[in-house]
Write a new protein. Structure first.
Length: 400
């Protein structure tokens, strides 16, 4: 059974990333007024800039001309050279930092670089990403490290004990911290990570097969990438290693309360101008059969008392005597025949259809016979209902 992992929302992941950056920085122990040495400017110079902003006196040892020109106006001192042989005296710096640096150089020089940092710095801080633990992270790391290796570069991640042994060989007192995310980041993290790797590999002209596979991974909708934890190790002389002070995790922002919906004030209905249907008002009562009231219907409102009106004259039926001069059987207005003339014979009346059936009703068709007027068809044939290849009907095996 696949384990269902909790996933950060985009806002939660941004807040957690910012907090982890803060505690990683605090674990290194950069303080205002410190003389700090950085191994290179890093990917974007953000850590160097942060140390300058907090009041440290920052020096960067760098040999790449492109990085030197890009960050010439950053405000840090430049020490051109190699970290394997740092051109500085012992204990020149209060803190020497290798921030995401050692995994990008030849492992053959790890011990030499660590020894040089310990020589020129009273304290040494190593910050490194942990090796990926999830399958997708491992695959991406392998692709990226192979592409780098073919270009003559390095991208090798090591476990905590590896860095700890290097630091223990040059400093007596060691502190170590591991900072990791508690949940899975949103998919945007995977896309941003792959996009950054693709841009780097395209600029460095890596082999097309690595780029194509990374693009295939980005197109998959079910992929999740776990950010690797980060190791922070700080070494110093015995008894000279201060305990870091970490910031408390900020509380998540309180949800914005949604104001309750205001109930609309019912507008009273205008008084009815229709006259009541009553016998006193001179109308037929009732006009139609009143519909039955449902049980939940509200009680009918009392009708206003009608104003008294003049009553119409009572209906008086006409006399049964024929009008003067009327002779049955003669057209209206014809002259009256002489006395003693017999009345004309009345024509026979046509037979009347029964009430409610003004049209001729055809005799019903026999049961099962086609309706009259539709010619019989000889092309119709029965077909089985549609189903799968295994003979099942849409209702399952055996039909409905």
């Amino acid at each position: 059974m696949n384990e269902i992992l909790a996933v950060y929302t985009a806002d939660e992941f941004a807040r957690e990333s910012h907090y982890l950056e803060t505690v990683v920085w605090e674990a290194m122990g950069v303080e205002p007024g410190f003389k700090v040495l950085f191994c290179g400017y890093g990917e974007n110079g953000s850590e160097v800039r942060r140390a300058i902003d907090c009041g440290a006196e920052v020096t960067v040892i760098e040999h790449r001309d492109t990085a030197i020109h890009r960050y010439a106006n950053l405000g840090a001192k430049l020490l051109r050279g190699s970290t394997s042989v740092i051109p500085a005296k012992e204990n020149t710096f209060d803190l020497a930092i290798a921030f995401h640096y050692l995994h990008e150089i030849d492992p053959f020089f790890h011990a030499q670089v660590t020894s040089e940092l310990a020589r020129v710095g009273k304290r040494v801080a190593i910050v490194e990403p942990a090796p990926p633990a999830d399958p997708l992270g491992k695959r991406i790391a392998v692709l990226y490290s192979q592409a780098k290796r073919e270009l003559g570069q390095f991208e090798y991640y090591q476990p905590m004990e590896y860095w700890k042994k290097l630091l223990q060989a040059v400093k007596a007192d060691i502190s170590q911290h591991v900072f990791a995310f508690a949940k899975v980041p949103p998919r945007e993290y995977l896309l941003d990570t792959i996009d950054l790797l693709l841009k780097t590999m395209e600029i460095e002209e890596a082999h097309a097969s690595y780029i194509d596979e990374l693009r295939q991974i980005a197109r998959r909708s079910d992929t999740q990438l776990l950010p690797p934890p980060r190791f922070v190790l700080v070494g110093a002389a015995l008894g000279e290693l201060p305990a870091p002070r970490f910031s408390e995790r900020p509380a998540p922002p309180a949800p914005v309360p949604v104001p309750p919906l205001q109930a609309a004030t019912p507008t009273p209905a205008p008084p009815s101008t229709e006259r009541s249907v009553t016998t006193e008002a001179g109308y037929e009562f009732p006009p139609v059969d009143a519909p039955s009231q449902p049980p939940e219907a509200a009680a009918p409102q009392a009708q206003p008392t009608p104003q008294p009106q003049a009553q119409p004259a009572p209906f008086k039926p006409a006399s049964n005597e024929p009008a003067p001069g009327f002779v049955p059987g003669l057209p209206f207005g014809a002259p009256r025949p002489p006395e003693g003339t017999p009345p004309p014979a009345q024509p026979p009346k046509p037979p009347q259809a029964p009430f409610g059936a003004p049209f001729a009703m055809p005799a019903p068709d026999p049961f099962g016979a086609p309706p009259q007027g539709i010619p019989p068809s000889t092309t119709w044939q029965w077909e089985p209902p549609e189903g799968g290849d295994d003979g099942e009907t849409p209702f399952g095996p055996g039909g409905a």
